[in-house]
Write a protein that binds this ligand. Structure first.
Ligand code: CUA
Length: 346
């Protein structure tokens, strides 16, 4: 058991492998067992003379119970194990690092919270859980890294996410696993899993434009978002402080969780879902912002977090044009508490 639990630690790769081989072992054992028993019975109970009549067997309850209960138990265990792995994949660990991935025909564009951008490559530190927020700007693609046993469809208009943790430094293949047009087969790249120290060096080399959140803050000002979204809570638009992953009451009566997809839709298709108590007056930004810019705005909204000292915003004297006097620390990614989805919420 200790041996088993040791094997189960670490990245999902090991768990996947164990699960796969457990399935192969169970299915082949059961399969060959049934085949062997079939052959044995066919030979042992063969008809020995032309007029032989088989003996009539009465119902054997213990045998019936055994051959129903045993396989059921075995295969339900396998199912439960699969469910566990599925949930592990759906829920990134609390300290995972966010990376935004935009897929387009035919390339992968990745953005780190520190502002580093890459094309067809992704540098990550080993031993750290990486949570990918994936979106496509055209058709459906699929982010597939065989070595990490992760594959996730990348959809237009909706964020999907998946996480992984590289355990061994190295270079790993990234594929697009969904036919997406002429150059689908060229839509490949590399994941560079680096020693954390090398990763820090790499990070320092490539963030010319500042962090993703600070890019988002610039866009926030550039597009005049702060004119309505006051951090005082008295603006014409909802206060965005601490919005991420919070339930939002809509004017339709529905309650939604403010995840990446909701925030994105509220920027691009601002009138699709109106928060209760507000008017549908926000301009529609569809076509004006790229997916990268939307990701930066989302990173900014995540980074501003809740108001200091309270869930609800406060701050007298914050008027029009005042961005709430917020001084979010944008040099660091959002704290794990705000950057993580709540369990069970996607
Ligand atoms: Cu993108 Cu196939």
């Amino acid at each position: 058991m200790t041996c088993l639990s040791l094997l189960l630690q670490g990245s999902v790769t090991h768990e996947y492998n164990l699960f796969f081989w457990a399935m192969v072992a169970l299915c082949s054992t059961v399969g060959t067992g049934i085949a062997a028993f079939l052959i044995y019975c066919a030979w042992h109970y063969r008809r020995r003379s032309a007029d032989e009549l088989p003996s009539q067997l009465a119902l054997n309850i213990p045998a019936e119970v055994t051959w129903i209960a045993l396989p059921t138990l075995l295969f339900i265990t396998m199912f439960a194990y699969g469910v566990k792995i599925y949930f592990d994949l759906e829920r990134p660990p609390d300290n995972s690092e966010d990376v935004y991935v935009v897929a387009k025909q035919w390339m992968w564009k990745t953005q780190h919270l520190g502002g580093q951008r890459e094309i067809d490559t992704l540098h990550v530190p080993v031993g750290r859980a990486i949570r990918l927020n994936l979106i496509s700007q055209d058709v459906i693609h699929s982010f597939f890294v065989p070595a990490f046993r992760i594959k996730q469809d990348v959809l237009p208009r909706r964020y999907t996410s998946i996480w992984f943790k590289a355990t061994v430094p190295g270079t790993y293949h990234l594929f697009c696993a969904e036919y997406c047009g002429t150059e689908h087969s060229q839509m490949i790249g590399w994941i560079y899993a680096m020693d954390p120290k090398d990763y820090q060096t790499w990070l320092q080399q490539g963030a010319a434009e500042g962090s993703l959140a600070s890019t988002g803050e610039k866009l926030f000002h550039q597009f005049g978002c702060g004119n309505c979204h006051h951090f005082s809570g008295h603006g014409r638009g909802p206060n965005l402080r601490g919005l991420y992953q919070r339930p939002v009451q809509l004017s339709s009566g529905e309650i939604v969780i403010a995840d990446e997809t909701y925030i994105r839709e509220s920027i691009l298709q601002s009138r699709a879902k109106i928060a209760q108590g507000f008017q549908p007056i926000m301009p529609i930004f569809q076509g004006q912002l790229s997916e990268e810019q939307v990701a930066a705005l989302i990173a900014y909204i995540k980074a501003i977090g809740p108001a200091p000292g309270g869930e609800m915003p406060s701050g007298p004297g914050e008027e029009m044009g005042d961005y709430g006097g917020i001084t979010p620390d944008l040099s660091h990614p959002a704290s794990p508490a705000t950057a993580q989805p709540k369990p069970g919420v996607r």
